[in-house]
Design a protein around this ligand. Structure first.
Ligand code: 15L
Length: 278
C-alpha cells in the first residue's frame, strides 16, 4: 500500500523535531516552516518553506496531501497581534488550503492553555467549557472551534490535541500532571490520521500520568494506549521544581505561569466558578 502524504507545519520547532523520526517510517512527510530546509532530511521527508500568513505559499504546500499535522503558529503567550496573525488568520489560511487541496485529515496542535484556568483540584474531560489562560490559549480554543466547523461544514476529519508538555521527561511538578512523551504523541497523531470514525475529536495530549487533571476517556475510546508514565521521572521533576519559587496564582491553576502573567483577577471567584457546559 502506498504511504500517505502528510504535511507537518512548524516542523523546525521542538515538537516537530521530536516527532519527525517517529513518523518518518510510516508516512511520506512534507515538512514545512518559515525557514530554509534543514540538512538532515530523511528519504521519506521533503521540505517546503511556507508562511501561514501568506496564503499563496500554502497552496503548493498542501497539494497532494492526505493529511495535515498543524504544529505551526505562535507557541507561547504574546501580545494579541503577535498571536493572532499566525494562530487565527494563519490557521484559517492553512485550513482553507487543506480544504482546497482535498486533504481530509487534520491534526490540530491545541494546548492545555485552552483550559488553563481550571483549578488544579478539578478533573476535567473534553466536554467542559474552554477556560483559556492567555491570548495564546484563546487562539487554541478558536482553533478547536475552527476544526469543528470544517468537520461539520466540509466533512473534514479533525483531531484537536490539547497538548500538555512534550519532552523526554517532565520538567517540574506541574508537568507531572500534563506531560506527554513524544512516542505517545506520535501514537495519538497516528490515531487521528487513521481512525475511521473521527469527525472532530478533542483529546488531551498526555501520557499515563498518575497526577493527571484530565479525564482522557475520549482518546482511550479511540484506542490510545500511552506507554509512558510521568511518575517514572518524579525525582527529576521534583528536583527541578525545588529550583522554582512558589507562584501565588500559577500554583492554583492548571495553566500555571500562563495564568499568573498580567493577572489582576479574583482568585477566589475563578477557583469557585462553575461554568455552564457548552
Ligand atoms: C504550551 O502550549 C506551549 O506551547 C509550551 O511552550 C509549554 O509552555 C506548554 O504549553 C506547557 O504548558 O508546559
Amino acid at each position: 500500500m502506498t504511504q500517505k502524504t502528510i504535511v507537518m507545519t512548524g516542523a523546525a520547532g521542538g515538537v516537530g523535531t521530536l516527532l519527525r523520526p517517529r513518523l518518518a517510517g510510516r508516512y511520506n512527510l512534507v515538512l514545512s516552516d518559515r525557514g530554509p530546509a534543514p540538512d538532515d532530511l530523511r528519504p521519506t521527508e521533503r521540505w517546503v518553506t511556507a508562511d501561514l500568513t501568506d496564503p499563496a505559499s500554502l497552496a503548493p504546500l498542501m497539494a497532494g496531501a492526505d493529511g495535515l499535522i498543524h504544529l505551526g503558529g505562535y507557541s507561547i503567550e504574546a501580545d494579541w497581534d503577535t498571536v493572532a496573525a499566525p494562530n487565527i488568520i494563519g490557521l484559517q489560511n492553512i485550513m482553507a488550503a487543506a480544504r482546497d487541496a482535498g486533504t481530509e485529515r487534520v491534526i490540530f496542535a491545541s494546548s492545555n492553555h485552552a483550559v488553563g484556568f481550571y483549578p488544579r483540584t478539578r478533573r476535567i474531560g473534553t466536554d467542559e467549557a474552554v477556560r483559556p489562560d492567555s491570548f495564546y490559549g484563546v487562539s487554541k480554543a478558536f482553533g478547536e472551534a475552527l476544526c469543528s466547523f470544517y468537520a461539520d461544514k466540509f466533512a473534514m476529519r479533525c483531531m484537536s490535541i490539547r497538548i500538555g508538555n512534550i519532552a523526554e521527561r517532565p520538567a517540574d511538578k506541574r508537568r507531572l500532571a500534563i506531560w506527554q512523551h513524544p512516542d505517545d504523541l506520535a501514537q495519538l497523531i497516528t490515531i487521528g490520521l487513521e481512525h475511521p470514525d473521527i469527525h472532530h475529536a478533542i483529546v488531551y495530549g498526555a501520557s499515563h500520568n498518575e497526577r493527571a487533571w484530565w479525564d482522557n476517556g475520549a482518546a482511550l475510546a479511540l484506542g490510545y494506549r500511552p506507554e509512558h508514565s510521568a511518575e517514572d521521572h518524579v525525582d527529576h521533576a521534583m528536583a527541578e521544581q525545588a529550583k522554582l519559587g512558589p507562584n501565588a496564582v500559577g500554583d492554583l491553576f492548571q495553566g500555571g505561569t500562563f495564568c499568573a502573567a498580567d493577572f489582576s483577577g479574583d482568585v477566589t471567584r475563578s477557583l469557585n466558578a462553575r461554568l455552564p457546559r457548552p
